[in-house]
Design a protein around this ligand. Structure first.
Ligand code: 1GP
Length: 256
């Protein structure tokens, strides 16, 4: 889809203006297809900015048909958030080209990327190099299982910030701090703060953000993009409040 500005430019612009963005993660195999149109309309009307589509598990649903269906109900930018190169799709606007830099599994550091080149050479997707950093939350998540890697302990701020700086110096355009889908605890605020104070590139935060309060805390700690997924599959009505929490977050609504 043609846009005046790239999605990365849009994220950078909002980051520079300290306006957080809200992204909704849609797992095509898990969304309630009956409730999807209403949820997408709510997303568009209530100030959601981006849709992420993907899963750490193999997807059975036809992605091209799924995204075409999404587009029938809203005009938000669609970013692929793929668990593997098999989740690439021409119908999206952009691809988070994720390298799992918290782990040492070569397949998720570079292997999947090499495998995706033949597809990407034929596509118009905006490719956004993203340093994906899994932070331990004390429980095994699907990202652990799929990648066969452990996250970095949230207490090891030194390793976390050295990892994100290395990602920035490698030329990555975004950092994604991930607690894992459905994580009991989201990425702690002090981790977000530490990363934000050491990199210049925008920081996405996701995993376990399932209340407006948690979304607000992530934004106040410096998240440029907050990702919400799991909870909307169970309680779609929360979207309105979470969007409100992200969009109102400013120095006034942040704890001092
Ligand atoms: C997972 O960061 C995303 O990759 C979203 O996590 O499903 O827990 O909201 P949740």
């Amino acid at each position: 889809m043609l846009r005046n500005k790239s999605i990365l430019d849009m994220i950078r612009l909002h980051s520079a203006e300290k306006k957080a963005l809200l992204a909704v993660l849609l797992d095509p195999d898990k969304v309630d297809t009956v409730g999807l149109p209403k949820m997408l309309e709510t997303a568009q009307n209530q100030g959601v900015h981006l849709l992420l589509v993907g899963s750490s598990q193999p997807i059975q649903t036809r992605l091209d048909i799924f995204i075409q269906n999404v587009r029938r109900h809203c005009s938000l930018p669609v970013l692929l958030f793929p668990g593997s190169y098999q989740q690439l799709c021409h119908q999206a606007d952009a691809l988070l080209f994720l390298s799992l830099i918290s782990g040492r599994n070569p397949d998720y550091l570079i292997g999947q990327h090499v495998a995706s080149v033949p597809f990407l050479e034929q596509s118009n997707l905006e490719i956004i190099s993203t340093g994906y950093v899994l932070i331990e939350s004390g429980y095994e998540t699907s990202v652990h299982r799929a990648s066969q890697t452990k996250g970095i302990e949230s207490t090891d701020l030194h390793l976390i910030t050295n990892t994100t700086r290395a990602g920035e110096w490698l030329g990555m355009k975004l950092i994604y701090l991930e607690a894992g889908s459905g994580a009991k605890d989201p990425v702690p605020e002090n981790v977000i703060r530490a990363v934000k104070s050491t990199v210049q590139i925008p920081v996405i935060v996701g995993g376990g953000i399932n209340t407006p309060e948690k979304a607000n805390l992530a934004v106040c700690a410096g998240a440029d993009v907050v990702v919400v997924g799991n909870i909307l599959e169970k309680t779609p009505s929360l979207l309105r409040e979470i969007a409100h929490a992200v969009n109102k977050s400013s120095s006034k609504s942040c704890p001092v």
